[in-house]
Design a protein around this ligand. Structure first.
Ligand code: KG4
Ligand code: ZN
Length: 372
């Protein structure tokens, strides 16, 4: 069975053709990094416009790479939630149009759940129950998985996602967006013992995570602890880096220095020390989760699963416990449509198909239920 997968939840326009949920015939990803780099982050309006421009070329390219005609596609799967709404609607509209015109089933797929499928591509089916870990730019969550369709979130970041922390720390160090992969490379030149950054633990019985304290600790290490100073409006107008109102007085936050004042080695030391703390925080939660929910398989997904240190520590963790570790191959770590087609296939086999009423949604179904 051939599924066409479509992904447009954030800033990657992607299409893939996958046979039987396993064999990836093509995996086309058009990144928009160059459009967002000057803003230091994804600008939703720019992202959705770029999806509109790129969707048809990406689809044509995917079919050509796979060597299949549209008529051979058995179903169309699309990442329909969660994500940027203006981005999601482009993929959903394309998928609906194709499904309608071809007379083939339409399957709406949860993007975050699809990340957990990434390690199943091009491999045999895993044993369940499994624990799932998604580490991306928008999500950092832990899941119990009784099957690939029976996924329950049991822990999540209460503030920044780990990929977001990587990107923000990269910006603090003067690296270009998206900084996660560049920070990973820089960290390999650094001494991780130089800075003792906090490893978030939250409450001992909680499976939630937090990365904002770590990010702030890095900010202060690079720029110095901010000096709060009273200032006149004219001094404010000359530009302080942050401002707050206290009654009728204005206060400004000034930092002593920034990344320009650090040597390359000092930056690498900050990167390495940050990476050690960030990965430790993830691994501590995974260890705690495993104690409570023993499993046979670890399903890992999301952009940060490309991180060299996290991959190393996860491999050691799984080896020590005899677990089947499903780390995605590199092309399936970041946002891609092969994982969408893969999970779409499992949904299709279970009869969980959609019709033309499928809607793009900014949140996951589970998140919406939890928030009432
Ligand atoms: O899964 P993804 O493509 O998008 C979301 O669904 O959010 O993940 C993108 C995130 C970005 O924050 C990026 O900086 C991060 O993954 N990332 C990495 C690495 N490669 C990508 N973070 C750390 N180390 C890497 N090697
Ligand atoms: Zn993603």
């Amino acid at each position: 069975m051939l599924l066409l997968g479509i992904e447009s939840s954030c800033d990657e326009t992607a299409a893939a053709v996958v046979r039987d949920g396993r064999d990836v015939l093509c995996n086309v990803i058009a990144s928009q990094d160059e459009l967002h780099v000057e803003y230091g982050g994804v600008v939703p309006e720019i992202a959705s416009r770029a999806h509109v421009e790129r969707m048809l070329p990406v689809l044509r390219r995917a079919l050509a790479d796979a060597g299949v005609g549209l008529g051979e596609i058995d179903a169309v799967a699309v990442g329909s939630r969660p994500g940027l709404i203006g981005s999601l609607v482009v993929g959903v509209a394309a998928a609906k149009a194709l499904s309608w015109s071809l007379g083939r089933p339409l399957v709406g797929v949860d993007h975050v759940h699809a990340h957990l499928y990434a390690g199943l591509l091009e491999r045999e089916a895993p044993a369940f129950p499994a624990l799932g870990l998604v580490v991306s730019g928008g999500h950092t969550s832990l899941y119990t998985c009784d099957s690939i369709l029976d996924i329950r979130r049991i822990g999540s970041t209460i503030d920044d996602a780990v990929g977001e922390a990587y990107d923000k720390v990269a910006t603090i160090l003067g690296l270009e967006f998206p900084g996660g992969p560049k920070l990973d490379r820089l960290a390999q030149q650094g001494d991780e013992q130089v800075h003792e950054f906090p490893v978030s633990r939250i409450a001992p019985d909680s499976l939630d995570l937090s990365f904002s304290g770590l990010k702030t600790a890095v900010l202060y290490a690079v720029r110095g602890v901010p000096q709060r100073w009273r200032s006149s409006p004219s001094r404010d107008a000359q530009g302080a880096s942050g401002q707050e109102r206290h009654g009728s007085e204005r206060r400004a936050t000034r930092f002593e220095r920034d990344h320009h004042d650090l040597s390359e080695q000092q930056k690498a030391d900050v990167a390495a020390s940050f990476q050690r703390a960030a990965v430790r925080a993830v691994m501590l939660k995974l260890e705690r989760t495993f104690e409570r929910h023993p499993c046979r398989t670890l399903l890992i997904g999301g952009g940060v699963s490309a991180n060299s240190r996290l991959r190393r520590e996860l491999t050691e963790f799984a080896d020590q416990r005899g677990l089947d570790l499903r780390l995605p191959k590199m092309p399936y770590c970041l946002d891609n449509a092969a994982m969408i087609a893969g999970l779409g296939h499992a949904l299709l086999l279970a009869g969980r198909v959609d019709d033309q009423s499928l809607r793009a949604m900014p949140s996951s179904v589970q998140e919406m239920r939890q928030s009432g």
